[in-house]
Design a protein around this ligand. Sequence first.
Ligand SMILES: C[S@@+](CC[C@H](N)C(=O)[O-])C[C@H]1O[C@@H](n2cnc3c(N)ncnc32)[C@H](O)[C@@H]1O
Length: 258
Amino acid sequence: MHSSIGPLEEALALYVEQSALCQALSSESLVLWDCGLGAGTNAFAAIAAVLGAQAEAPSNHRLQVVSFENDLSGLELALENEKILPYIAQFREPANHVLDRWRKLGPDESLRETISISSNVTWTVFDGDFRTALERAPAPDLIYYDFYSPKVCPDLWTKEVFSLVHSRSNPKCRLFTYSSATRVHVALLDSGFYVGRGQSTGAKNHTTAAAMRMEDLKSPLGPSFLSRLERSHIYSLEERAVLRARLSLHPQWRQSIT
Ligand SMILES: C[S@@+](CC[C@H](N)C(=O)[O-])C[C@H]1O[C@@H](n2cnc3c(N)ncnc32)[C@H](O)[C@@H]1O
């Protein structure tokens, strides 16, 4: 979801820079899950940043970007609107290759296409529902979670989905998303992630960073989250009591102080 600061600026601030992608890649190879390819802004912003960094400081570490999308017409539209989305020009060839393959699919077929972008960077596209495709994808070290909002697409922001993601993630995996909804924090905590505030980006005062390990969060939520939850009107009194009892057992509060 892109805000008023513009898609590329948001992709850079919220995902590429906040995750310190280029710095992380300078010490190890990474698999990056791009959840919701859409117009490709996040995926291409990440790849362009890494290509630039590796041109300046060559390294042998590899980046595998794995994009999930169940409707590649968003990418098609982006290619038709290169004037509005100029970042797409650099990736016209791989994007067209993916779309060509996608258009030739039979009704019951789905696409899994990997393209070599450079000697160290590959881009894989899984077309189909994220919840089934993720089982076949390489385990992620970084996740950019950018599906439509929890209000529009609640099914993709549940404990069940985040539990699937958590079970597939590498031990140091970090997840970034634009949503800072309380329900999203609850679902992430319930699935076993540690959860923190992400940095604000332009129009968004709050975003979310989650991680497999508490030490990978810059600004973890403290126990005051549980008190706020008790006052939250989005849950009934009964739900709040159940949530408080369940979430107070999360190891996050044993390690934090605020
Ligand atoms: C907010 S847009 C993504 C924007 C994109 N990250 C970008 O940088 O341009 C969300 C995308 O998720 C896709 N989507 C929605 N439900 C999905 C599902 N169950 N599995 C895979 N993709 C899905 C939509 O088709 C849409 O393109």
